[in-house]
Design a protein around this ligand. Structure first.
Ligand SMILES: Cc1ncc(COP(=O)(O)O)c(C=O)c1O
Length: 406
């Protein structure tokens, strides 16, 4: 039994007598016992607020929150622990970036053409409300990143280019954008680089210092952590200049009727009583991942994706979104089936084979609608606890379903 297989026992849902084949990890991962224990311990032994009161319960919460932040900082190699802000999810982090910056009419924002709504809608909203000019960089026909088109878009925007915001890995197809190079080009044009790391941080090594971006959004519930948890990393000097979306309790040193003094980063962004159970669960999740080799996780997922892709790629009427080579699609295999609604197929797999996959447009409506693909796709997304046996079973089932449908 390899290390990944042994780790399956850490997940209560996988210890069940007939565990499901869970291939919806790009939406949310399963939770290992240490994360569940951290949440349970919070509610059973010190269910109190942190960062305010000074009694024993509160002190424990405050200390554990600080440890969670340190764990997260270590996971992404943040130069400073205080550059890690806890948020509700990646969506909240991206909104904090978009709405925390100051804008002038005509400022340009560039995104890719494969955006999750969380990295599209905030910019569209700014376009509607503030006259920001949101532009889309078109990918190559196989969805890989077109560096030339990007450079041309930057040049075209000229001095109005203010922010480039892109996903490191797309949830539509698993295709990676070379953020380090993109960030360099963005900076050469005087723009800020924001990264949606929702689909990269859980699956590959991510070093914020090496990446060279200015802001990075994380989705903690996609990396073993509790639901309703995310994080935002930003360079200190930039976070300090960002307007907070969450002004209120525990964001200021003091207040008077006609003034106040803000607390420093990250507290300025974490107004009100927090999701303490979630933050402590986040600490446990990140500690779990800190004890693993992220490169091994990435390779494992690519291996599974290769197996899956080879098993189905020649079936007539099925097409995989993105490049043919599974290595370029990380741990995501998103399939369109001619003439069949993806939700109906997902229900069929769930009810008849105990396989959980995601169906629909995966919050990337823009990509599907532009192409007129109304049926959406059936997406398998892998994590380290998935096995080759599971993939083989799904491929066999897919072939049987295919034979029945076509
Ligand atoms: C690429 C990408 N960005 C952003 C999000 C939104 O993440 P969250 O649910 O943490 O807001 C998702 C969720 O699926 C995603 O896949």
């Amino acid at each position: 039994m390899n290390d990944f297989e042994k780790r399956r026992m850490d997940f209560p849902t996988l210890r069940a007598e007939s565990p499901p084949i869970y291939f919806d990890n790009a939406c949310m991962t399963l939770k290992p016992q240490p994360v569940i224990d951290a949440i349970h311990t919070y509610y059973t032994t010190h269910p109190s607020c942190g960062g305010r009161s000074v009694h024993q319960y509160a002190n424990q919460v405050s200390q554990k929150m600080a440890a969670s932040r340190r764990n997260m900082a270590a996971f992404i190699n943040s130069p400073e622990v205080s550059e890690v802000v806890f948020t509700r999810n990646a969506t909240h982090s991206l909104n904090q970036i978009a709405k925390g910056l100051s804008w002038e009419e005509g400022d340009v924002v560039l995104t890719s053409d494969r955006e999750h709504n969380s990295n599209l809608i905030p910019w569209l909203q700014l376009e509607q409300e503030k006259g920001v000019d949101h532009r889309v960089v078109t990918s190559n026909p196989d969805n890989t990143f077109d560096m030339e088109a990007f450079e041309a878009s930057c040049a075209d925007a000229g001095e109005r280019l203010k922010v480039v915001s892109m996903p490191q890995v797309g949830n539509l197809d698993g295709v990676e954008i070379p953020i380090k190079e993109v960030a360099k080009v963005a900076h050469d044009h005087g723009a800020l680089m924001a990264v949606d790391a929702a689909q990269s941080a859980p699956h590959m090594s991510l070093d914020v210092q090496d990446l060279g971006a200015d802001f990075i959004a994380f989705s903690v519930h996609k990396m073993l952590g509790p639901s309703g948890m995310g994080a935002l990393w930003g360079r200190h000097e930039l976070l300090d200049g960002l307007r907070t979306l969450s002004a209120g309790g525990d964001t200021v040193q003091w207040s008077e009727y006609d003034g106040m003094e803000w607390l420093s980063t990250p507290h300025r962004f974490e107004g009100g009583l927090d999701n303490y159970a979630g933050i402590l669960g986040t600490g446990a999740a990140v500690e779990y991942l800190n004890n693993m080799n992220m490169n091994d996780i990435h390779e494992h997922e690519i291996r599974l994706n290769g197996l899956m892709s080879r098993g189905i790629e020649d079936l007539e009427g099925l097409s995989i979104i993105g490049p043919r080579d599974a290595r370029q699609r990380g741990g995501i295999c998103s399939i369109m089936v001619d003439g069949f609604d993806a939700h109906e197929l997902a229900i069929l797999f769930d009810e008849s084979a105990n396989v959980m996959m995601r169906s629909g447009m995966h919050c990337v409506h823009s990509w599907f609608r532009q192409r007129g693909y109304e049926e959406g796709s059936l997406r398998s997304s892998f994590y380290f606890y998935n096995t080759e046996e599971e993939v083989k079973f799904v491929v066999d089932t897919m072939q049987e379903v295919h034979a029945a449908l076509f």
